[in-house]
Write a protein that binds this ligand. Sequence first.
Ligand code: BEZ
Length: 327
Amino acid sequence: MNKRIKSLVGVAAALVAVTGATTAMAKDFRLGLITPPPHIWTKAAEAFGEELAEKSGGAHSVTVFPARQLGDEAEMLQQLQTGALDMAFMTVAEVSNRAPDLGAFYAPYLANDIAHAGRILRTDTAKGLLDDLPGKVGVVGVGYGMAGLRQIVSRDAVETAGDLEGKKLRITPFEPILDFYNAMGAAPTPMPLPAVYDALANGQVDAIDMDAELIWKLKYYEHADTVVESNHMMFPMVGLVSAKVWSGMSDEDREMVRELMAKHVDSCIDSYVAKDQEWLTQVEETGTNYIVVGPDFFGDAIDQWNAKWSEKSAALDDLRAAAEETR
Ligand code: BEZ
C-alpha cells in the first residue's frame, strides 16, 4: 500500500472509531434459522429480506438459510460472533445460554395466555434486556418475535404430572427448561428441533415439550397417546445481527435494518396470538386424548424453579413487574 492510501485508510478507520459508522455499502446478508421453510419465522425472514431489498432500492438483499442449513442455533450463534454469519432469527432460549438474565422469560406462567406473552415482549423492560447482548454475546438484538406457548405431547397416557416422572422428555437445549423438568422429576432430554419428529416417532423419547403450531403442522400428535395443553411457558424469538457486521454498517443501513427486522420479527407475535388457540383446537378435534391443565398440575416444580432463577437471572423481578403491568 502506498503512503497516501495508507493514510486515507487510517483516516477512514479513525472516523469509524469516532462515529461508529461507515459509508453505505451494498450487501447480500446471510440470515440463518432452524425452522423449516413453511414456518412462520422463516416466512417472516423472507418478508424482511424482500422489504429490505425494496427499501434499499436493491442495494441490499437477504439470503435466508432455513432448516438448520448453517448448523444448529449454538453453531449459528458462534458464526454471528465471528461475523461468518450476518443475521439470524433465533430462540431466546439459545441466547439465554450465553446471557442468563434472559432466562427470566421462562418463568412458568409468567404470561396468562398468548396475547399476554406478546404484550410482555413489547414492554420496554423486555426490550431493555437486549441492550447487553453486544457486550456479552457479540450480537445486536433488534427485536422480539415468538412462537406459541409450550405444551406437552406424550406417547403414553398422562393424567397427572406423576405420569411423566422418570420419562425421557425432549426439551429445547437451554437451562431454564432443563431446571423445570428436573424439578418435576422427569428426565429432560435436550434435542434440537429438527431431530424431534423421528425421536418421538421411534420412541427415543417418551414425550416432548413443544408449541401448538408444530404439534399441529408436523403432526406430532399422531405419535402420542395424550396431548397436555398446559401453556406453561412463553417462547420468545429474537432477530439478531452479528455485532461485527453491525459495526461495519453505515448509520443509515443500521437504522433501516433495525426498523425492518424489528417489524418482521414482531409480526410473528401477531401471527401466534391469532393462531395458537386455533391450532390447539384442531389438535383436540383429532380425537387424541387431550387434557387441559394449569399451574397446579406441576406441583412444587414452579416454586423450585422460581427459587433457582431468582438467583440465576437479575431480570426476573423486573420482568414479573412488566408482566403485572400488562396483565
Ligand atoms: C423448539 O425447540 O421447540 C422450537 C424451536 C424453534 C421454533 C419453535 C420451536
